[in-house]
Design a protein around this ligand. Structure first.
Ligand SMILES: [Fe+2]
Length: 497
C-alpha cells in the first residue's frame, strides 16, 4: 500500500504525481506555436515513486521524471517517463523505498548496499548523440530521446573513474567539447574533485584530480575559453556526520567563498584558489575571460538557499537572506589572492540561463526566474516559488519581465534561437508555468525580444507537472544524428515479475 504522509512537502500542488503518459498534439489555448520550431524541449522534474523510508523527506531525494515537448510544424507532443535508475528499479521491485535520507548511504536498507543511489533528477542534456539525465552524486543515465525509455548508466565507456559527474556540464560551442567535473568524486563527503573534457564525439580527452581548500558542495561552475572555475561556497561536507546519520551538507558561515581557477585542460599543480567573504551562490549564468581576467556571472545571496541543510551553529533558516542577485565575480589571474564582486541586476532571482551559442565567451543576454521585482507588489510568491520570467542584459542591468498571473509559478526558462544564425537572444523562452489554483500546468512560449508582451503560444496540460529543475532544447537536426547506445550499461529488472 502506498500512502504519502500528511506533510507540507507532499501537500497541494506539491503532491506526487507518479504519472507517466503521452499527449499527442497538446491543446494550444492561446496564440500560435512558431512553425519554425523543430526540436524537443526536455526537462526533468522531482517526483517520488514511494514515500520516504525515513519519515519526512526533501525534494532533492525524489525520483527523476523526464518530460519532453516535441515541436514540429506548429504542433507539440508531450511525453513523461520516470528514469529507470538502478535505485528506481530496486524500489519498484520491492514496492517501497529502500534508500534512506538524501545522499546518506548509512541510512539505507542493507539490501541495497552497493546499488548506486543516483536519482537522475537534476538535469537532462544532449551531447555526442546521447541524451543524459543527471544528478551530481552519480554517473548520468542515458535516455532514448524518442521514447524516453531508459538505456542505462553512462560512464563515458569507462573513462570517467570519478563516481560522480556534475548535473551542470558545459558544451563549448566553439569546439563541441563537453566540459564537466565530479565533486565528492571518491564517494559521499570525500573532498576530491575530478575534472574532465570530452571531445565532440564523446571521447574523454582530459582528466585531472584536484583538492579544494575545504570539502563542500559544488553544484554548478563556469567554463570559459581558457579556464574552468570551481565556485566553492560553504555548504560543507563531513564524513563523520554522515556516518552518524546526519545531513550531508551544513552551512558554515565562518568560511570564505573560494573560486578555484584552472587553465582549460590543466593539472592539479596549476589550480589557484581566490577568496572573498562568506556568501552563497548556486547556478552560473555564464563565464568568460580575456586571457587574464576571468568573469563568472551568478546570483549571489548572503546565505544558503536550502532550508533542509542546517546551519552549523543551529541558527534558524532566514528566507530573506537567501535572496540572490545576479552578480559578477572577477578574478585577476595575474593579481592577488582575492576575487571581486559587482552586482549586475537589482531584482532577486535564480535559474539563470543564456543563449547557449554564447557559452564560454562575452555575452549580452540571459534569462532568469525572479522572486521579486522592486516596486511590483503583485501576489506574493507561493511557498517561495518564482513569480516572474525575466530577460536580462548583464552589461547594462536592463530587465524585461513577464508576470504569468497571481498564484502562478514559472519554472526555469529555456532559450531557443528564432532561427539558425539569429542574433544573440533573438528567439523564444520555453517555460513551464504551474497554475496553482487550477492544479495544472501550461507550457508557454515567450518572444525574448518582447517578454512583457506575454506568450506567443500557451500549450495547456490537463494535469500538474511537478516542480522541475533543469532542461534543454535539442534541435531536431541533432536528434536525427544521435549515437547507437552501445556505451551505456543496461539497467534490468524494471518491473517485478
Ligand atoms: Fe542546478
Amino acid at each position: 500500500m502506498v500512502r504519502f504522509p500528511d506533510s507540507p512537502i507532499y501537500a497541494g500542488f506539491s503532491h506526487p504525481m507518479r504519472f507517466e503518459g503521452d499527449i499527442y498534439d497538446l491543446e494550444c489555448i492561446q496564440g500560435e506555436v512558431p512553425p519554425q520550431l523543430e526540436g524537443t524541449f526536455f526537462r526533468v522534474q522531482l517526483d517520488p515513486q514511494y514515500p520516504a523510508r525515513n519519515g519526512d523527506d526533501m525534494p532533492f531525494n525524489w525520483d527523476g521524471m523526464i518530460t519532453s515537448f516535441r515541436f514540429s510544424g506548429g504542433h507539440v507532443d508531450f511525453r513523461s517517463r520516470y528514469v529507470r535508475t538502478p535505485r528506481f528499479v530496486a524500489e519498484r521491485a520491492a514496492r517501497q523505498a529502500l534508500f534512506g535520507s538524501y545522499r546518506n548511504p548509512y541510512t539505507d536498507d542493507p539490501r541495497v548496499a552497493g546499488i548506486v543511489r543516483g536519482l537522475a533528477n537534476t538535469n537532462v542534456y544532449f551531447h555526442a548523440g546521447r541524451l543524459l539525465a543527471s544528478k551530481e552524486d552519480s554517473h548520468p543515465i542515458e535516455i532514448d530521446p524518442d521514447t524516453l525509455e531508459t538505456v542505462g548508466v553512462f560512464d563515458w565507456d569507462g573513462a570517467v573513474t570519478s563516481l560522480t559527474a556534475t548535473a551542470h556540464p558545459k558544451v563549448d560551442p566553439a569546439t563541441g567539447e563537453l566540459v564537466f567535473f565530479g565533486y565528492a568524486a571518491k564517494g559521499e563527503s570525500t573532498p576530491d574533485i575530478a575534472y574532465y573534457e570530452a571531445d565532440a564525439s564523446g571521447k574523454v580527452t582530459h582528466e585531472a584530480w584536484l583538492l579544494p581548500p575545504y570539502p563542500a558542495m559544488i553544484h554548478d561552475w563556469a567554463v570559459t575559453e581558457h579556464f574552468v572555475v570551481f565556485p566553492l561556497t560553504p555548504l560543507v561536507m563531513d564524513h563523520d556526520r554522515l556516518k552518524a546519520g546526519g545531513s550531508p551538507f551544513v552551512w558554515d558561515g565562518s568560511r570564505d567563498a573560494c573560486l578555484g581557477v584552472l587553465p582549460r585542460k590543466g593539472g592539479p599543480d596549476e589550480i589557484r584558489w581566490y577568496r572573498n567573504s562568506n556568501r552563497f551562490a548556486s547556478h552560473v549564468m555564464n563565464g568568460f575571460d580575456d586571457g587574464r581576467l576571468v568573469h563568472v556571472d551568478t546570483p549571489v545571496g548572503t546565505t544558503s538557499a536550502f532550508p533542509f541543510f542546517p546551519d552549523v551553529t543551529g541558527k534558524p533558516f532566514d528566507p530573506t537572506a537567501t535572496r540572490a542577485y545576479l552578480s559578477r565575480w572577477t578574478v585577476d589571474t595575474e593579481g592577488g589572492e582575492s576575487f571581486e564582486e559587482a552586482r549586475l541586476v537589482g531584482a532577486p532571482g535564480e535559474f539563470p540561463r543564456i543563449d547557449d551559442r554564447f557559452a564560454t565567451k562575452p555575452y549580452g543576454f540571459g534569462l532568469m526566474s525572479l522572486t521579486d521585482v522592486p516596486g511590483d507588489d503583485r501576489f506574493p510568491p507561493p511557498n517561495g516559488a518564482y513569480r516572474f520570467v525575466a530577460a536580462v542584459a548583464p552589461e547594462t542591468g536592463r530587465v524585461d519581465v513577464y508576470y504569468p498571473g497571481d498564484r502562478c509559478a514559472p519554472q526555469e526558462p529555456c532559450f531557443v534561437p528564432r532561427r539558425p544564425g539569429a542574433k544573440e537572444g533573438d528567439g523564444y523562452a520555453l517555460v513551464v508555468v504551474g497554475r496553482l489554483d487550477e492544479m495544472r500546468s501550461d507550457l508557454i512560449v515567450l518572444d525574448t525580444t518582447d517578454l512583457g508582451a506575454g506568450p506567443v503560444a500557451t500549450l495547456a496540460l490537463p494535469f500538474r507537472l511537478r516542480y522541475g529543475l533543469h532542461g534543454n532544447w535539442v534541435d531536431a537536426t541533432m536528434l536525427t544524428t544521435r549515437s547507437a547506445p552501445e556505451g551505456a550499461t543496461h539497467v534490468t529488472g524494471d518491473e517485478p515479475a
